[in-house]
Design a protein around this ligand. Structure first.
Ligand code: KIV
Length: 236
């Protein structure tokens, strides 16, 4: 799974064979210039989900429900329906036990839901930073309970973000749906997700420690633009 926020990237990623395109609320940071994901709204998400959907990818389109768009089951369902109307095939939300009723309400309506456990970017302000999870037996137990509550409520898969590798491996073995890891070790989950800007080296101002850039789009862009500016200045 890779994130996609616009038409050309959705087409390119799909042509390259990615299984799932995630219109993540990381949109807020790598596209919209917010410091974290807590400034992302439904209006932002709908705009970008529609752009990705216009690429008509083979890949499944999963759209994040942004912060405060799923505070109650009714609100979660209304906003999930809007994301699907904009072109999403499924929605994703953050959290475990306290989200189970919302997951149940959305899936009962026929909309597939992906869970998201471990480090929850939408809680960065409450938690005072990005904290790795699964470091103690108590934390692992809480993750296990959260994962089971999500499975019981009907999620078809879940993201494990920044979970200690051995804990991610143990949890993956214990739960009945596929897990998709980010910052949770190699091969410890059933699949992996990356933010496309991290993979392409397109957001050089913050690179997560676990990122594995396969290109340097930032350097290529600066080089191409500098060459353009130099040519135009010389010839005008
Ligand atoms: O918003 C996002 O891109 C995500 C991934 C980091 C899993 O939720």
């Amino acid at each position: 799974m890779l994130t996609a926020y616009d038409f050309p990237n959705a087409k390119l990623l799909d042509e390259a064979g990615v299984d799932i395109l995630l219109v993540g609320d990381s949109l807020g940071m790598v596209v919209l210039g917010f410091p974290d994901t807590t400034g992302v709204t439904m209006a932002h998400m709908l705009h970008h989900v529609a752009a990705v959907a216009r690429a008509k990818p083979q890949a499944l389109i999963v759209a994040d429900l942004p912060i405060h768009s799923y505070d109650t089951p009714d609100q979660a369902l209304a906003n999930a329906r809007q994301l699907v109307a904009a072109g999403a095939d499924a929605v994703k939300l953050e959290g475990g036990i306290r989200q189970a009723e919302k997951v149940r309400t959305i899936t009962r309506d026929g909309i597939p839901v992906m869970g998201h456990l471990g480090m929850l970017p939408q809680r960065v302000i409450e938690e005072g930073g990005y904290r790795r999870k699964g470091k103690t037996p108590e934390q692992i137990l809480a993750l296990q309970d959260g994962a089971q509550a999500l499975v019981d409520a009907g999620v078809f898969a879940m993201v494990f973000e920044s979970i200690v590798e051995s804990a991610a491996r143990q949890l993956t073995a214990n739960i009945a749906v596929p897990t998709i890891g980010i910052g949770s070790g190699d091969g410890s989950c059933d699949g992996e997700v990356a933010v496309i800007h991290d993979l392409l080296g397109a957001y050089p101002w913050f690179v997560p420690p676990f990122a594995r850039p396969q290109a340097d789009v930032a350097a290529a862009t600066r080089h191409a633009v500098a060459a353009y500016v130099a040519r135009v200045r010389k010839t005008s």
